[in-house]
Write a protein that binds this ligand. Structure first.
Ligand code: HEC
Length: 128
């Protein structure tokens, strides 16, 4: 009985360690996620311009709804959100939960790992 309990504990510990190792996010893997899930509506990188959605260069640390060449919804313009990595994760997970009334529709990124990778990629795109 005790043996099983210890094994279980070891397994849980391994899962916890693996999770924290992955939580960092891999920007190169995130580029692929961006291309698959976001690039249909968003441009990113030096000189990127608005498309169906606003450009996302330098989005980490940016006030929501403030790029000059995009007509935002009133909801986004007045969101009062600064895009931290955590806010971006929450928004990608549930756009209307974070900015009620936003025009962006998005369903499911696929996994927590993909979300971490994607946000690491976004953070790497400073426009430099
Ligand atoms: C179907 C098109 C579409 C897809 C796919 C999409 N978006 Fe958007 N996104 C939009 C639109 C439209 C807006 C503007 C929303 C508004 O004004 O309410 C937006 C807004 C945003 C904003 C706010 C930007 C700002 O300047 O405040 C972020 C951040 C964002 N999207 C990230 C993403 C990411 C990351 C992905 C991929 C996981 C993604 N979006 C996928 C259409 C899309």
């Amino acid at each position: 009985m005790l043996v099983i309990t210890q094994r279980r504990f070891a397994a849980l510990l391994l899962v916890a360690l693996a999770r924290s190792a992955f939580a960092e996010g891999d920007a190169e893997a995130g580029r692929t996620v961006f291309q698959a899930k976001c690039s249909g509506c968003h441009n990113i990188g030096p000189g990127a311009q608005a498309a169906f959605g606003p450009q996302l260069t330098g989005v980490v640390g940016r006030q929501a709804g403030t790029t000059a060449d995009y007509q935002y919804s009133d909801a986004m313009r007045n969101a009062g959100v600064v895009w931290s990595e955590d806010k971006l994760k929450a928004y990608i997970d549930d756009p209307k939960g974070v900015v009620p009334g936003t025009r962006m529709n998005f369903w499911w990124i696929g996994s927590d790992q993909k979300l971490s990778d994607l946000v690491a990629f976004l953070a790497s795109q400073t426009g430099q």
